[in-house]
Ligand binder design. Sequence first.
Ligand code: SF4
Length: 320
Amino acid sequence: METLLKVDKLKQYYPIKGGVLERTVNHVKAVDDISFTLAEGETLSIVGESGCGKSTIGRAILRLVKSTTGKIEFLNKDLLKANAKELREMRKNLQVIFQDPFASLNPRQKVGSILEEALIIHKKGSKSERKQRIIELLESVGLSEHAINRYPHEFSGGQRQRIGIARALSVEPRLIICDEAVSALDVSVQAQVLNLLKTLQKKHKLAYLFISHDLGVVKHVSDRVIVMYLGKIVEIGDKTDIFKNPKHPYTKALLSAIPSTSSAEKQKRIVLKGDIPSPIDPPVGCRFHTRCPFATSECKTLEPELKKVGVNQSAACHLI
Ligand code: SF4
């Protein structure tokens, strides 16, 4: 399958200003040397606790923040070097669905106008062709054409997220970044929206970069999974390997916290000590050593590299 997205050695540091002269005194190292690829039609999920840098990666790919160093190639073009015109062209193929559909939909705009906006920007079709396209889009996400003349507040949370999905689909993208896209929804509505995303993926060969803190959701949607801790990838691999045979102590701890109804899947909860350290001054050596139950003296000085631990699985831990 064609590689759509290639992120190479991406760093996203935010400067901290201080003193009378407002000089840069330190940095928040939100994302620190991250590399991965994403193929056509694939769902790659990024998981980790809040503050691990997963949403920052999405924002960097969308160019909502200016990356410090590294390279992001999308459809063989360097996103970080693209000018405004090139970026607009790329946006046709790269869309986003945010967590809060209400905040991301203009409350003063009717749904028809919200969906038409992207079609106008990307010069897609005549007025009547656009109207037909909007009706098709609404139908594809399970809404009727009557939605055209209604405002976002007239819909439920799940329906609003469907409108967000229709908007993302309107320009026929190749990749959609789903940033906590179902986190704000009730569990039953979550399942409906996730199933809709899967159906649309099959139909349009869409790729998803699925950013979520919810491992239950990630297990349901992913082909591959990236586990992040304090700005670093600690484990990456096929979903089955990550969920059935996790290698990194942090992945094991995260998975042990998923509630399970099956007795075969029930495992002892691994409770991590303390809070996630500050990304301003991350621990030297393995960043996880302050909370890892297996930390050795080597872990406190030497940073582990991401190494192959299976056919399609890599982890960063000295003990593996
Ligand atoms: Fe734990 Fe050491 Fe492995 Fe880090 S490198 S996860 S501290 S055992």
